[in-house]
Design a protein around this ligand. Sequence first.
Ligand code: FPP
Ligand code: MG
Length: 346
Amino acid sequence: MQTTESDSKQQKLQGRIGPAASRVVEAFAGAAPGLALVEERIKSCLRSDAELLETIPHYLLTQGGKRIRPTLALLSARMLGMVRPSSELVDVAAGIELIHMATLLHDDIIDESPTRRHKRSAYVEFGMMPSLLAGDFLLVRAFGLCARLDSFIIEETERTCIELTEGEILEGVLNDGITRSFEDYLDVVGKKTSSLFKLAGKVGAHLSTSDPEITEALGEFGHFAGTAFQMIDDILDVTADEDLLGKPAGTDLRQRTPSLVNIAWLQSEDPAATEFFASEKISEADAKHALDYLSQSAVVSECREIACEYAAKARASLNKIKHPELQLDTKEQLLAIVDYTLERCL
Ligand code: FPP
Ligand code: MG
């Protein structure tokens, strides 16, 4: 029987599915009723007199996305006994996804990234100015949702948005004359990626329990899970192909992003790394050569080990939570999300 191109793509993706994948399906199924409410709440926030302010967010929404942040908020609350999500939880989970959508619109403009989730980036499709304003619109809608809630949620959301902007501005590029340590990397990732995961864990817990230690532990879980998630993303940038990434491989290399892999390559004292990032122009051939070398290198193996360490820290944060109504099946689903994150790159 003849195999079509799309059959073979499908088989390639299925080949990547390992034991954590079926457990993660359960996790998303567990969150599904809550996620449907979150999706409705998001859509109800997208009404505007300006058509493009509705079209652009819908464009982003229909490209898929895993809704991993709202899922973390819903499962965090459920693990502590909130089986049916409260209206406040749905608001805050929707707010978190709206903030995430705003950052994607702005980030693609900043990174001049032509593709996201297999489609043209919003600013390429609709123009720079409307996409920038759509990001602002989503951010204000998110604040509209969160500002109805208590001061803890308002303050945590504000802190997170400040961290997102700090992370994005501090990240910089590898030829700006500044040497990056692993600690600098952790600081940037903590702000630009882990902060929203941390917010999700924290507010999910906060709405379900009055115990500040548990709220802190779920925030810590989100922080470490988010860090591992970004590390895997950085690894996949050199090991995966466009089918999986939804954008060309090697983007971090070409853009000289201080990703985990790029920092580890520079720290390996391989003179080729210094030369690559310092070169005036990175040609397609140079990028392809670096990609081929790195994807099989000890640098990537070392990065995988580091990502595994952060996933283990996430598991430990969850395991230290003691609560009389702890829902073990939901805890298992949160752990499955962490395992699946790792499985994508192992
Ligand atoms: C994606 O990183 C970028 C972020 C997660 C943070 C973006 C933050 C801003 C644009 C600041 C604006 C803040 C608000 C609150 C609107 P990446 O480029 O490594 O990931 P990618 O591969 O998904 O593009
Ligand atoms: Mg980007």
